[in-house]
Design a protein around this ligand. Structure first.
Ligand SMILES: [Zn+2]
Length: 191
């Protein structure tokens, strides 16, 4: 597709497959950004009070899955900004479609541990294979109920985002979501 012709590393940047390598990449990135892996709800609440975690968007373009526990409806500020921009672009393309649905955002190690108990597919809570959701910059957007056109548009949008090296995206099939880690924007140097 011509759309991605400028992609810096070609086919590699377009692949949305998950792997151990991609898992480790996410943790190395989060380490470089000094993002704490959230241990428990007390720490999550402290991060919210300090403004280090903010509410997910919940508007006419992007909504939160009603099944997501209210205590976990937070993400990093730049992830919220990215989601809002995605929602606006999606709405522009599909004025009459239902909003996109965020199904998961920040998780605590305790919560991730309980997911692991229920779902053998869930990532561990420590080490290079730990879930990127612990850092707060990662969210999941469901593919369920999207039409073919909507899904293709969303896939292209996140592919371009990844090709621009602004984040890491994995297209998951067991959970039917796009798993997206948004990189912390680097402040522009003053001239
Ligand atoms: Zn995820």
């Amino acid at each position: 597709m011509i759309f991605f012709a400028f992609s810096p590393d070609g086919a590699e940047a377009q692949s949305l497959r998950g792997s151990r390598t991609v898992q480790a990449q996410q943790n190395r990135q989060a380490d470089r950004e000094n993002l704490t892996a959230i241990k428990d709800l007390a720490q999550l609440r402290r991060f919210v009070r300090a403004g280090l975690l903010v509410r997910l968007p919940n508007d006419k373009n992007i909504v939160v899955d009603p099944r997501l526990d209210g205590r976990y409806r937070y993400c990093r500020p730049w992830t919220r900004d990215w989601l809002s921009a995605l929602g606006r672009a999606y709405r522009k393309e599909f004025p009459k479609s239902d909003p996109l649905v965020v199904t998961s955002a920040v998780r605590t190690a305790a919560y991730q541990g309980s997911l692991r108990g229920r779902n053998g597919n869930a990532a561990p809570t420590t080490g290079l294979r730990a879930s990127a959701h612990l850092r707060g910059s990662t969210i999941d957007i469901t593919k369920k109920d999207l039409s073919g056109r909507e899904l293709t548009w969303l896939r292209n949008y996140v592919r371009l985002f990844k090709a621009q090296n602004r984040g890491i995206v994995i297209e998951e099939f067991r959970q039917a979501v796009f798993h997206v880690m948004v990189f912390k924007p680097v402040p522009k140097k003053k001239k």
